[in-house]
Design a protein around this ligand. Structure first.
Ligand SMILES: NC(=O)c1ccc[n+]([C@@H]2O[C@H](COP(=O)([O-])OP(=O)(O)OC[C@H]3O[C@@H](n4cnc5c(N)ncnc54)[C@H](OP(=O)(O)O)[C@@H]3O)[C@@H](O)[C@H]2O)c1
Length: 255
């Protein structure tokens, strides 16, 4: 990237903004001039990030919400419209990874992943889609970017449910683009390989935690800031250019 993109006047909603990729992307989009709405459950984390953004001269709205609660998501969308104006960027990024062998019957973990990575992802699109279409109708760029994973594309043993949710993100994006592209809304997904964030902290399966720890030692993982840079690039392109699917890997990660 050769120049700093300017997103002044754009309203960006970042879901899962309290840590990791969402936090870094919120900070990066705000630094590029977007007004940002920060959505996640941990209000204290969101308030601290918003305070940093405001200190730097930016605009940040904190919305503490559990996005698996569809009424909370609809309220969040109304709050964004009332306080910042119609969203022009939705970074649909909240997610959880809980791999385990299917024979362990972790119904609780299957449900948690599907509720957040699939159902809440769709609910959030439903809550914000009218704003994105409205923004595009003014001639301004409008972007819907969802966070998938390389796990939705490659094969990782014991990741079947998580990988299934991330494969959903990819095909949902492809299909939704057919509907929203003609209305001027760019629809894309970003599928990272290993990124150093809090994602692994929730994993309970020891084989997976050992594998992730070893991977962190043997390669330089991506940083959340790396992903934020690419998302900012994608939303800063001329509005006729839609990056449909971006796979971003640590150079030394093969699968
Ligand atoms: N790290 C990686 O290696 C990697 C690789 C590929 C894809 N990804 C994907 O990247 C996305 C971001 O993950 P990350 O790596 O940045 O991990 P992270 O630091 O754990 O971030 C997850 C975010 O999702 C939010 N979240 C979780 N449950 C939520 C809920 N019910 N309602 C609202 N927000 C919720 C969390 O906030 P609260 O807990 O405050 O609610 C947090 O802000 C995920 O979709 C993940 O699957 C990550």
């Amino acid at each position: 990237m050769t120049s700093t993109p300017t997103l002044t006047g754009r309203v960006a909603v970042i879901v899962g903004a309290s840590s990791g990729i969402g936090e870094a992307t919120a900070r990066r989009l705000a630094a590029a001039g977007a007004s940002v709405a920060l959505i996640a459950r941990r209000a204290d984390r969101l308030e601290a990030i918003a305070a940093d953004i405001r200190r730097a001269g930016g605009t940040a709205l904190v919305i503490a919400a559990d996005v698996t609660d569809s009424s909370a998501v609809r309220e969040a969308a109304a709050a964004v419209k009332n306080k910042l104006g119609s969203a022009g960027i939705l970074f649909n990024n909240a997610g959880i990874m809980l791999p385990a062998p299917i024979g362990e019957h972790r119904d609780d973990q299957w449900k948690t992943q599907i509720d957040l990575n699939v159902s809440a992802l769709v609910t959030t699109v439903g809550a914000f889609v009218d704003q994105l279409v409205e923004t595009a109708a003014t001639g301004a760029p409008a972007d819907l970017i969802s966070t998938g994973s390389v796990a939705g594309e490659a094969l990782f043993t014991n990741f079947a449910v998580y990988s299934g949710t991330k494969a959903f993100v990819k095909h949902f994006t492809t299909t939704l683009r057919a509907e929203l592209g003609p209305k001027g809304v760019r629809v894309g997904s970003i599928a990272p390989g290993l990124v150093q964030t809090e994602l692994a902290n929730h994993v309970t399966d020891k084989n997976v935690t050992d594998w992730l720890a070893e991977a962190q030692e043997t390669m330089t993982a991506l940083t959340a800031a790396d992903i934020a840079e690419v998302v900012t690039f994608a939303v800063s392109l001329p509005s006729h250019v839609n990056l449909q699917h971006i796979t971003i890997m640590p150079t030394r990660q093969v699968v």
